[in-house]
Design a protein around this ligand. Sequence first.
Ligand code: NDP
Length: 446
Amino acid sequence: MIDERVEPFYDEVARRNPGEVEFHQAVREVLESLGPVLAKYPEFARHKIIERICEPERQVIFRVPWRDDRGEVQINRGFRVEFNSALGPYKGGLRFHPSVYLGTVKFLGFEQVFKNALTGMPIGGAKGGADFDPKGRSDTEVMAFCQSFMTELFRHLGEYTDVPAGDAGVGVRESGYLFGQYKRVTNRYESGVLTGKGTDWGGALVRTEATGYGTAFFANEMLKAQGRSLDGMTCVVSGSGNVALYAIEKVHHLGGRVIACSDSGGVVVDEKGVDVSLLTQVKEVERGRLRDYAERRPGVRHLEGGNVWDVPCDIALPCATQNELTGRDARALVAGGCTLVAEGANMPTTPDGIRLLREAGVAFAPGKAANAGGVATSALEMQQNASRDSWTFDYTEERLADIMAGIHALCYETAEEFGVPSDYVMGANIAGFLRVGRAMVALGLV
Ligand code: NDP
């Protein structure tokens, strides 16, 4: 339920941003938590912090023309939404997917503002991308697209201005082409302008693994708070991309067993525990499908078009995409014995899904807290680039684990302070808002 103190702000956001349903959903979820904050700290209303925080500081939309391998001209649309820079330079990934439109980028940018604040690092929030589908495209085509995209975007970037990273559809290959073009058009080797770089050319160790590892660390912290641990737990993970892959790996390191994962074609059920090296080979190296994984591993079932949330488990980690875990799926998870959900993806659970999980007593962590390990490690990459240094894998992973424990403690304690113990949604939204809101008040009307 949205508090009557914040209802008018939501109505205004919906009116000013017509048709951007994911953005409305993301704003609503945050505003639903803010009634008690406005009651306790009236200065936020006086400074119109809610109205200002819902309005991006800058939005850029641009044409991306490029030529495919057949010599035909293709036109895509590129976006960068620089949402909030109260805490530091704009920071947030780029998504290349055919479904990307302004509403996707704004929802992701809005989430990013609070997520970045929760990390405690000096980074603002942004997001970008394009309606380009890298799937099935050759390396030459992906390079042509990335070069054209960066030829426009570079003028808005800078290591103290706006620092993109990867997201769905943008991995190390795409980051390489993007960084190469940035370097060429600016004539500067500005390592800190982009994170998620290859480790041979300025990237931080652990950045590739960080979002998935961080989600597993966060889930483990939630279990610790209940006097339990991942050890011996069965887990299902949706997706089999970057976040999913490394969430699976870390769950295994922490003693759990991931028995199912998915892609947009279906689900694999692997009771012995998903084989991460085979999955990496199939999905990352060969850019293949999950059915190829199942064909190569005896005893594994591939359910074409199946639903991963129908697989009974103790813990669920949605790591694929937004709104992939619905009310119906929440019921299936509860019926299958699930007691904890931590979001590796951004906004993967629908509002109905979240409500049903919470009503059933399932511990639920929103993505802005549970998947913040990716951007936190990006900030560690920026630190290394700025000091021309590079840290070891173990040291960086330790920092990541500490950061995730810190975010968990902040959400947990904030929820207690506001009288909603163990409510990670309220805890994350309020703690993130307080950090950004206080900085905005301090910086004046800008
Ligand atoms: P990838 O593109 O690497 O992987 C996405 C995965 O999700 C793929 O396996 C894809 O399958 C699958 N998928 C997409 N749509 C569906 C669907 N409807 N049903 C089932 N599976 C689906 O992306 P990432 O792993 O990088 O990102 C995943 C999520 O995590 C996104 O929400 C992203 O915003 C979020 N995130 C990512 C961060 C990062 O560091 N990468 C940081 C923080 C959040 P297929 O191959 O068939 O398309």
